[in-house]
Design a protein around this ligand. Structure first.
Ligand SMILES: C[S@@+](CC[C@H](N)C(=O)[O-])C[C@H]1O[C@@H](n2cnc3c(N)ncnc32)[C@H](O)[C@@H]1O
Length: 213
């Protein structure tokens, strides 16, 4: 296995490339209200936002009236990002498109104000490592939201019965387990929801990181 294989998840990239065309018809789209409610949880105007697992840009329809300093749409899948570019280039303030793996982000330390992970957390093959990488790029006081617009059971049923073998192990843990992991690496977690129709964990870094991290 090459270093590149360790740092870039080619297996999942290939699966999501193959699913990208028709993705928006295949998956239930969150309502406009649900999208706005998520985006309005945190101030993004003037901020640098990293949307990991952006896919075709489902969150971006709620961002057109906002003014982020930068909105970095990051995904493994070239084809997902091509569709996102066709739809949103020139329509979102500060839009940048980044093909990268969450486990190894080509971004500087302390360079991001807000990280959004919508519908992607179960796909991280090493969840602790991906969260450590997110922590590295977040500024002190930076925020992280891990979100699914459906409940955990639904996510796990869909992934567990996927035709793509690689996705069958991509399961969402109970929010309390994710919260414990986040706290163990220095995040503060003010809010968690794990109900039958929403999964959401809102976390942040302390204002100045302690030396031990
Ligand atoms: C289930 S889709 C969700 C897409 C979008 N957020 C949505 O809600 O429609 C997951 C996306 O995450 C991407 N992805 C999976 N693992 C990733 C990783 N390690 N780093 C970056 N993106 C990843 C996939 O390529 C795919 O586009």
């Amino acid at each position: 296995m090459s270093l590149d294989d360790l740092e870039f998840d080619h297996a999942r990239a290939a699966v999501f490339d193959s699913l990208a065309d028709g993705w928006d018809e295949r998956v239930a789209r969150p309502s406009t209200e649900a999208l706005s409610q998520l985006i309005d949880l945190i101030e993004i105007n003037g901020k640098v936002v990293l949307d990991i697992g952006s896919g075709t840009g489902v969150l971006l329809s709620a961002v057109t009236s906002k003014s982020p300093a930068k909105w970095i749409a990051c995904d493994l899948s070239q084809r997902m990002l091509e569709i996102l570019r066709e739809r949103y280039e020139g329509k979102i303030a500060g839009l940048e498109i980044l093909k990268a793996d969450a486990h190894c982000l080509p971004l500087c330390d302390d360079s991001i104000d807000v990280v959004l992970c919508n519908g992607v957390y179960p796909h991280f093959r090493d969840k602790r490592r991906a969260l450590l990488e997110i922590r590295r790029v977040l500024r002190p006081s930076g925020a992280l939201i891990i979100n699914h617009f459906v409940g955990r059971d639904t996510v796990n049923r869909i992934h567990g019965s996927s035709q793509n073998e690689v996705l069958r192990v991509d399961l969402l843990p109970p929010a309390c387990e994710l919260v414990e992991l986040l706290r163990s690496i220095g995040f503060v977690v003010p809010s968690q929801t794990d109900t039958s129709d929403l999964y959401r964990v809102v976390a942040s870094l302390p204002s100045e990181e302690l030396d031990q991290w």
